[in-house]
Ligand binder design. Structure first.
Ligand code: ATP
Ligand code: MG
Length: 345
């Protein structure tokens, strides 16, 4: 089932139903309601009797048009809630700034949710492939990767592999992803390739996390178009807020044209050092700007979080008692509470 089709078809159906009801009640609505730019009342304006009829028609149309919009908007909201409950939520982890903790968050948040028996998929859209290697997947031995999906050489499910953790699956990436811009050049709807590919496997997972590269290019754009929401890691350091303006502008543009449903899932403060005044100042500043969008959980600077990827493991499997592991477990709890805990949580 293709979510995009549902979002488009259902409002259109409600629109058609209303049109039908109007016809059954012989309302004969002015055509500009259905076909922009053509005014039906222009060609029926003959004689005094018609003018009176036209006034009645327009009064009824004035009532029906907002009604139709309310009905279609509500159908979209209901369908969205239904899809999120049964088809998994797609959360893109994004910040064009490098080294702020995107991949560390993708690996460890996904692992913490998998520990709560949620079926999770992580998608590595970064040619650096840190998410892939951080989950112990050898990039050299891969038969299929995300690039093959972009190139139309395989379906998403064929590139999917299991990780060391039960409930945690990954679509890995290789350096080939650098060629996506060239591969998609001239292709129609090139910003929606990832979203369409995910549709075919979406219902198998409760959460799908997409890890982005540190740029706002085509790979990130595809990840934003595919997403229900974005999680933005912000490193607690001097230039933390720099670049967030550009990111929020990009999000606004994507909302305005390609994905009107895109929301901010949350802002996550990372690499927090309580001994450092600057960390505290950044926290105050970010909370002032983004209010309750900022998670209560703050990820501390913790060496264990930096060590775990070199063993190809989420920090939970490396040292579950570390502050890093505990902070990502706490973040997972926060996310489950906000989204309504699923089965087994
Ligand atoms: P890129 O933009 O290059 O993809 P990123 O935003 O994905 O980077 P990470 O790779 O997650 O950032 O983190 C950058 C480095 O910082 C890594 O070496 C990682 O192990 C380390 N790191 C991330 N979070 C923490 C933390 N809370 N404490 C200590 N080290 C951390
Ligand atoms: Mg990364």
């Amino acid at each position: 089932m293709r979510t995009t089709i549902l979002f488009e078809v259902l409002p259109a159906l409600s629109f058609l139903c209303l049109n039908l009801i109007a016809r059954l009640h012989n309302l004969n609505l002015p055509r500009q309601l259905f076909c922009a730019g053509i005014r039906r009342d222009d060609d029926i304006r003959t004689g005094r009797g018609t003018l009176k009829t036209e006034k009645i028609i327009n009064n009824k149309a004035r009532f029906l048009y907002p009604l139709q919009r309310i009905i279609s908007q509500n159908i979209v909201i209901i369908m969205k809630l239904f899809l999120l409950k049964y088809m998994g939520k797609i959360i893109t982890i994004v910040n064009q700034k490098g080294g702020v903790g995107k991949t560390t968050t993708a690996v460890n948040l996904a692992a913490s949710l998998a520990l709560a028996e949620q079926d999770i998929l992580v998608i590595d859209t970064d040619p650096q492939g840190n998410l892939t290697s951080g989950l112990g997947v050898s990039r050299e031995d891969l038969e299929k990767s995300l690039f093959d999906v972009y190139a139309g050489r395989c379906e998403m499910r064929e590139a999917l592999i299991m990780t060391v953790m039960e409930h945690l699956n990954i679509i890995p990436s290789t350096i080939d992803l650098l060629g996506v811009e060239v591969e998609l050049a001239g292709r129609e709807e090139r910003e929606n390739v990832l979203g369409s590919a995910i549709d075919s496997i979406r219902e198998k997972f409760r959460y799908i996390f997409i890890d982005c590269p540190p740029s706002l290019g085509l790979l990130t754009l595809n990840a934003l178009v595919a997403a229900d929401s974005v999680l933005i890691p912000v490193q607690c350091e001097y230039y933390a807020l720099e670049g967030l303006g550009q990111l929020t502008k990009t999000l606004r543009l994507v909302r305005g044209s390609l994905n009107s449903n895109l929301e901010i899932e949350g802002i996550l403060l990372t690499m927090f050092d309580p001994r450092n005044n600057l960390s505290q100042e950044v926290e105050v500043e970010v909370r002032k700007h983004f209010g309750d969008k900022v998670y209560t959980t703050v990820i501390p600077r913790n060496v264990t979080l930096g060590e775990a990827p070199s063993y190809g493991k989420p920090v939970l499997l490396y040292d579950i008692r570390s502050k890093g592991a505990q902070s990502y477990l706490s973040l997972a709890k926060e996310i489950l509470n906000e989204n309504g805990a699923g089965q087994g949580a």
